[in-house]
Structure formats: structure tokens, C-alpha cells
Design a protein around this ligand. Structure first.
Ligand code: 5GP
Length: 184
């Protein structure tokens, strides 16, 4: 991955990771590069075709056997993984991944910047998890999982941001990235 700064954005489900990362990228398209993950999860109705590379378990396992992932994890029965990054020279590499993946990237890239997003309240988080078109059963699993992951940011020594206001969160993320670049 060369000398590029790797930024891992993680946090429990329902904190708005995807939304803030999309906005951050929209504001700074020339400096930041977003990794596109592979998943074996089914595409949700209305979900962007570009949200993931949607593959079968066989295709995913084939890529694992070829050592084609920087990290991968199983989350609620599906595989998710970051393909070995292929970012343009000089770009900051952004990975929006779960906590298990964050641990693996930190082990491989100790200089990475870990940003952990937190929900302003449990109610808001639950509401966000419910409005994605998942089944009741999936929502319940995702909620349990989110509770399990909530403390990981402290344990991992992440820079934590409570996502109250998207614009403020995005601005703070960009500042943290700039200052990490300044320290290199
Ligand atoms: P979702 O199914 O809601 O799109 O994603 C479920 C979880 O998997 C989220 O926490 C998301 O950040 C995480 N995730 C997405 N892509 C990756 C990846 O490439 N690796 C890992 N470890 N987690 C990922």
C-alpha cells in the first residue's frame, strides 16, 4: 500500500458511516480514494449497484485463496472484504469497514488512522437500522451486533466522533485526516 495514508472509518451499524463517507468523498474527490468492498450479501432493493461488488460465496472464497484481500470478515452470515487497494498515487485511502476488519487493518498498517463513528442516541441508531429495508429478523440481528461493537472504538484507540450533524462530522473527519497527513 506504499506510503499512502490509510483511513479506516468504522463504528457500529446505524451510525451513518456510509452517508458521511459519501459526503466526505463528494467534497474532496481529488485527495481521497474510496475502497469498494466485495460482499456476498444480497443487494437491497434500491441499493446502488456500485455500493459493493456483489459476488457469490464461491467467488469470494476464490479471491481469499488468491490472497486478494487486505482484510475480510464475516458479518451476520455474509462475507465482506477490502480488495488489495489499487488507489492512485498520493491519494488517501478510505476504508469503510466493520470493527473486525478495522482490527486486521491496524495489525497490517499500524500507521493507519482509525475514525470511529458513534450514534447520538440508541433511539436514532435503531431508527436508522430500521429504515434500510431489512427484514425484522435482520434488524434485530443488526441491533444486537451494533451493541456488541459500540465499545470497540475506545479499545482500539480510535479518534471518536459522535455523528450528530453530518456536515460537522464530515468537517471534523477532514480535519483529522489533514492533521494525520501533517504528522507524516
Ligand atoms: P451493510 O450490510 O450494512 O452494507 O454492512 C455491514 C457491515 O459491514 C458494516 O459495518 C460495514 O461497514 C461493514 N463492511 C462493509 N464493507 C466491509 C469490508 O470490506 N470489510 C469489512 N470487514 N467490513 C465491511
Amino acid at each position: 500500500m506504499g506510503d499512502a495514508l490509510v483511513v479506516v472509518v468504522s463504528g457500529p451499524g446505524g451510525v451513518g458511516k456510509g452517508t458521511v463517507v459519501a459526503e466526505l468523498l463528494a467534497q474532496h474527490p481529488d485527495e481521497l480514494w474510496l475502497s469498494r468492498s466485495w460482499t456476498t450479501r444480497q443487494q437491497r432493493p434500491g441499493e446502488d449497484d456500485q455500493a459493493y461488488v456483489f459476488v457469490s460465496r464461491e467467488e469470494f472464497e476464490q479471491r481469499i485463496s488468491e490472497d486478494g484481500f487486505l482484510e475480510f470478515a464475516e458479518f451476520l452470515g455474509n462475507y465482506y472484504g477490502t480488495p488489495t487497494p489499487d488507489a492512485p498515487e498520493g491519494a488517501v485511502q478510505i476504508l469503510e469497514i466493520d470493527v473486525q476488519g478495522a482490527r486486521q487493518v491496524m495489525a497490517k498498517e499500524p500507521d493507519c488512522l482509525l475514525i470511529f463513528l458513534e450514534a447520538p442516541s440508541a433511539e436514532e441508531q435503531e431508527a436508522r437500522l430500521r429504515h434500510r429495508g431489512d427484514s425484522e429478523e435482520q434488524v434485530a440481528k443488526r441491533l444486537a451486533k451494533a451493541h456488541e461493537e459500540a465499545d470497540a472504538g475506545v479499545e482500539l484507540g480510535a479518534h471518536r466522533i459522535v455523528n450528530v450533524d453530518i456536515d460537522e462530522t464530515v468537517a471534523e473527519m477532514y480535519e483529522v485526516i489533514r492533521s494525520a497527513l501533517g504528522r507524516r
